[in-house]
Design a protein around this ligand. Structure first.
Ligand code: NAD
Ligand code: UFG
Length: 336
């Protein structure tokens, strides 16, 4: 099968390209380099030995996107990563998020329909659950989103579900919990632009000396050590889940045309546990301070993963220490 990967040079997209090739799929990637670099293609070649077929396409440009898909015969399925993902920026600039994440998805669906491409795997997020009672399963209620970014994920899921009713489209939406870590080669990983918002890049940048200290956002939450709890999942495990989702579509295993799966480990870890795990694998003492709570943070969220285990036949294989070790190796490689 030939798989089109949108956002293919991004953090999760690049790791997924590696796993698709490993599993024997043919891949073609597109990206507009809004949040990634062309050098990722060189790294992918080093890892896989393959020159990844690639085109610089902006999914907001409907005409260009349609022309590209029309001119690329044989696409069987699409994995759609391309989107903006900064929660704070989405609050400050919601239209950018609705145009890119929702408008871009609509453009893509039009192009797929015109070319009779009927299988798509979509990047959703556990942010759709808001503050829920963990372990959270796929039937948990979807409350009003707490950011425009979160809302774009909810809306895209609805757009995709509606389109399955109106066409032959088959959809798998994957709700990621907290993707972290990097490829074991340390050739690809997350490239946060500016000051990172997320915990793990902030930890590694502090340890390497790019940041003076990490602020732990609150230690007075109703959790065992007072810090928030998240389900940190290795990016390679997430990437492998996309291969399982493609196989699930290929084998026509879905009970309905729209399926949704949580991608998590099923285990929650606190901020302090994440720091301790990092200190253990890196051998470095992290400079951190306890600060006030961050607005908008949910207290604790981790996944119930049984649906993905049972229906996709996929399970995470990498633990928190592996996540932290690979994130640290990636930070060390970037420093070189
Ligand atoms: P990323 O920013 O590293 O990758 C996204 C890629 O899409 C980037 O390379 C970017 O340049 C590209 N892109 C953005 N807009 C585009 C456009 N208009 N046309 C073409 N390419 C475009 O982010 P990521 O962490 O790899 O996230 C991938 C997907 O997973 C996103 O949809 C994101 O919302 C979702 N997601 C991410 C997380 C996370 O914590 N990383 C959690 C849940 C869901
Ligand atoms: N944290 C700190 N200090 C920091 C950064 C984070 O203490 O400098 C804490 C946060 O308060 C939170 C935990 O670390 O308790 C994890 O925070 P992240 O920002 O890494 O992750 P979030 O769970 O807040 O959000 C992430 C993405 C969202 C996405 C969500 C669900 O940033 O885009 O996962 O997928 F929607």
């Amino acid at each position: 099968m030939k798989i089109l990967v949108t956002g293919g040079t991004g953090y999760i997209g690049s790791h997924t390209v590696v796993e698709l090739l490993k599993a024997g799929y043919e891949v073609i990637a597109i990206d507009n380099f809004d949040n990634s670099y062309p050098t990722v293609l060189d790294s992918l070649k080093k890892i896989t030995g393959v020159d990844i077929p690639f085109a610089e396409v902006d999914i907001r440009d409907k005409k260009a996107l349609k022309a590209f898909i029309k001119a690329t015969p044989g696409i069987d399925a699409v994995i759609h990563f391309a989107a903006n993902k900064a929660v704070g920026e989405s609050v400050a600039n919601p239209l950018k998020y609705y145009e890119n994440n929702v408008g871009g998805t609509v453009n893509l669906l039009e192009a797929l329909q015109e070319n009779n491409i009927n299988q798509i795997v979509f990047s959703s997020s556990c942010t759709v659950y808001g503050e829920a009672n963990p372990p959270v399963d796929e039937n948990a209620p979807i409350p009003v989103a707490n950011s425009p970014y979160g809302n774009t994920k909810q809306i895209c899921e609805e757009v995709l579900r509606d389109q399955t009713q109106a066409s032959n489209l088959q959809v798998v939406a994957l709700r990621y919990f907290n993707p972290v870590g990097a490829h074991e080669s340390a050739l690809i990983g997350e490239l946060p632009i500016g000051i990172p918002n997320n915990l793990v890049p902030f930890i590694t940048q502090t340890a390497i000396g790019k940041r003076e200290f990490l602020t732990v956002f609150g230690d007075d939450y109703p959790t065992p050590d007072g810090t928030c709890i998240r389900d940190y999942i290795h990016v390679v495990d997430i990437a492998i889940a996309h291969v399982a989702a493609i196989k699930f579509l290929e084998d026509k295993k879905q009970a309905s045309a729209f399926s949704v799966f949580n991608l998590g480990t099923g285990k929650g870890n606190s901020v302090l546990e994440a720091i301790q795990s990092f200190e253990k694998v890196s051998g470095k003492k992290l400079n951190y301070k306890i600060g006030p709570r961050r607005a908008g943070d949910v207290v604790q969220v981790y996944a119930s993963c049984e649906k993905a285990w049972n229906e996709l036949g996929w399970k995470t294989e990498r633990d928190l220490e592996t996540c932290m070790k690979s994130a640290w190796d990636w930070e060390l490689a970037l420093a070189k």
